[in-house]
Design a protein around this ligand. Structure first.
Ligand SMILES: C[C@](O)(CO)[C@H](O)COP(=O)(O)OP(=O)(O)OC[C@H]1O[C@@H](n2ccc(N)nc2=O)[C@H](O)[C@@H]1O
Ligand SMILES: Nc1ncnc2c1ncn2[C@@H]1O[C@H](COP(=O)(O)OP(=O)(O)OP(=O)(O)O)[C@@H](O)[C@H]1O
Length: 275
């Protein structure tokens, strides 16, 4: 059995600069990853596709799932067919701003590249990732990076590994296309330069207002995270509704997780670290 982790993506900052003629938006975003996520497994025997784990329910099956689409796109690009049974361990909430589907697709590509002897920096692999979704190249790269264009043009930067993070999702799925559609068209300026934490601190998420309009509970999540003692930064990730907070200490993160868990037992809370 071959396994590959699919870590959750965060947009520490997400600046939307303009709407393009092709319907996508020009972004400047600071991608980072945490130490938790989904997992893709490939078993050499059998065939088919199965999803398990806490967020497996209701997820697209074979055909529509990004994992099987990644397998098929890899096969078409490299002229190989990889038999075997694929299992997706779905630990991340779906349509939640954590890029779970993109992370799963990227993990499938990494796993197949390893099997077939394709270097992970092969430009053809990135072209396949690009064709699967705007976040997939960043997830394939898998390290702190500035993303421009649709998010597919990547420049790695030094990260801040080990910083304590709390992720909170209120259980409302938000469709990415709908959030971009509500963006007000106002360019609020470039992503600040500097190291990752400084850029994150000074930056924004320009999709927050649109996501709040679709999922007003995002306000409550951000309020709870911002009010937590010892919080350095609280912000929504991607198109929401998951919000993250960076903490000064593990103890402060643990206290916030406990308080939020008691006050809002229906919310998903995950204590993790920047990778
Ligand atoms: C919000 C982010 O997660 C931030 O990293 C990404 O921009 C979205 O990445 P993704 O989920 O991989 O998005 P895609 O599957 O490529 O696109 C889904 C839909 O989101 C909108 N979309 C996405 C990316 C982008 N730069 N501009 C857009 O307007 C488009 O309506 C598109 O049809
Ligand atoms: N393996 C997968 N995991 C999650 N979603 C998938 C997967 N395959 C297909 N999808 C579909 O893709 C859509 C987006 O899911 P995903 O969880 O990647 O979005 P997201 O977390 O909102 O990403 P973003 O950071 O772009 O906002 C869902 O509506 C889901 O039906």
């Amino acid at each position: 059995m071959d396994r590959e982790p699919a870590p959750a993506k965060l947009n520490l900052a997400l600046h939307v600069r303009r709407r393009r003629d092709d319907g996508y938006h020009e972004l400047e975003t600071l991608f980072a990853f945490v130490k938790h996520g989904d997992e893709v497994r490939l078993d050499g025997y059998g065939d088919g596709f199965a999803v398990e784990g806490p967020f497996a329910a209701g997820l697209a099956g074979e055909g529509d799932n990004l994992v099987t689409r990644a397998r098929d796109a890899f096969g078409a690009a490299f002229g190989v067919t990889t038999p075997g049974r694929i299992t997706l361990q779905k630990n991340l909430p779906v349509a939640s701003g954590l890029g779970g589907g993109s992370a799963d697709a990227a993990a499938m590509l990494r796993l197949l590249a390893r099997r077939e002897g394709v270097p992970t920096d092969d430009p053809r692999l990135f072209a396949v990732a690009d064709g699967l979704g705007s976040d997939v190249p960043a997830c394939l790269l898998g390290c702190t990076a500035i993303g421009t264009g649709r998010g597919e043009r990547l420049a790695p930067i030094a990260g801040a590994p080990g910083v304590p993070v709390l992720l909170v999702n209120p259980g409302v799925a938000v469709a990415t296309a709908a959030v971009f559609k509500r963006w007000d068209g106002v360019d609020r300026g470039a992503l600040p330069s500097g190291d990752a934490l400084n850029a994150a601190r000074v930056g924004r998420n320009d999709l927050e207002a649109s996501a709040r309009a679709l999922a007003p509970v995002v306000d409550a999540v951000l309020a709870r995270l911002s009010d937590a003692p010892g919080v350095a930064l609280a912000r929504m990730s991607g198109s929401g509704a998951t919000c993250f907070a960076l903490f000064d200490t593990v103890a402060a993160r643990a206290a916030a997780a406990r308080d939020i868990g008691e006050a809002e037992p229906g919310w998903w809370c995950l204590e993790t670290e920047l990778a």
